[in-house]
Write a protein that binds this ligand. Structure first.
Ligand SMILES: [Mg+2]
Length: 310
């Protein structure tokens, strides 16, 4: 593919060239946060592009590392923001974690450091999980750590975004992970989502996984993007052919890396986390291994996609 890792601005190509290229694309994978919506607000140009591509016969999937709600919750949000889609076309990191454990015929319990998005997907596949209510450190840290009771049936800890994460939870997670037979799974390493004009950050699962990793010295298996495991089911069912699939994302480390790992084409859109400055940093790093994170295409927003197709 002549555009591989070229970060070609789609708007610099002729309409005819864009149409010719779009004609080769059968499936489009959209990241959600920073691509389709900005917190609770739809990104209008993206909603138009999504529906226009669908009307043009493309198979659209939403592929998100967001674990705060289940696939049902993501679908509800997508529909409420005007996206034409259905449950079969929502893939989340929570689903990916649940699918991984179900595929392993996991029979034990999951200690979940995360939100209901993950627990619901685990329950859908008959995997038992529990969380611990935000615990205060109501004694010395030494006593808390020594007196902590662990559930012997736990076989995995799963970590995602957790709005109430604190030191007692960190100690609990680390105590489980001292048993090397207990799996350490993470949803995604997303650092967070910028909000407001000063780009404050809503914290994602990445910093929480990093904290547990630091204390435990265990390496987590990340099952959301960029792990190609996320597309295992649709690819093995013949629903997605990576060569004719375009991943549209706003975050280089997850979305663009995911496109590379799955063999899909990639388009970075400038409505979220990463910018052209980040692409320039990668290019200037002189590190050949980093070059795979340069997207094939770039657009500041998805407006031209619907314009070219209309
Ligand atoms: Mg995103």
């Amino acid at each position: 593919m002549m555009f591989k890792h070229s970060c070609t601005h789609l708007t610099t190509l002729t309409k005819q060239r864009v149409l010719q290229w779009l004609g080769t694309i059968e499936t489009v994978l959209f990241d959600a946060d920073g691509v389709l919506w900005d917190n609770d607000k739809p990104i209008a140009s993206a909603v138009n592009a999504f529906n226009t591509l669908r009307a043009a016969g493309k198979r659209n999937y939403i592929v998100t590392n967001n674990t705060t709600v289940s696939c049902d919750g993501i679908l509800k949000k997508a529909i409420s923001l005007g996206l034409e889609t259905d449950k079969d076309h929502i893939i989340s990191a929570s689903l990916s974690v649940a699918d991984y454990l179900a595929n392993k015929k996991f029979q034990k319990k999951v200690f979940l450091v995360g939100e209901s998005g993950i627990s619901e997907e685990l329950a859908n596949l008959d995997i038992c999980s529990f969380t611990v209510k935000p615990e205060p450190m109501n004694k010395s840290m030494k006593d808390f750590t020594l007196e902590l009771k662990l559930d012997p049936d736990v076989g995995a800890i799963v970590v995602g975004r957790d709005d109430n994460f604190n030191v007692p939870t960190l100690i609990r997670a680390n105590s489980y992970l001292q048993n090397r037979r207990i799996l350490f799974l993470g949803a995604g390493m997303d650092k967070g989502y910028p909000i407001g004009e000063n780009r404050r950050m809503v914290v994602g699962g990445g910093p929480i996984i990093a904290a547990i990793k630091t204390v435990s010295e265990r390496k987590p298996l990340i099952l959301g993007k960029p792990n190609p495991w996320m597309l295992r089911r649709p690819i093995s069912a013949g629903l997605i052919n990576p060569e004719t699939t375009l991943m549209i994302g706003d975050t280089i480390q997850t979305d663009i890396m995911f496109a590379y790992n799955t063999g899909c084409q990639s388009l970075l859109v400038g409505t979220g986390v990463s910018s052209l400055k980040d692409v320039a940093k990668i290019r200037n790093s002189g590190n050949d291994k980093m070059m795979v994170m340069v997207p094939d295409f770039y657009l500041p927003n998805l407006e031209p996609i619907s314009e070219h197709l209309c």
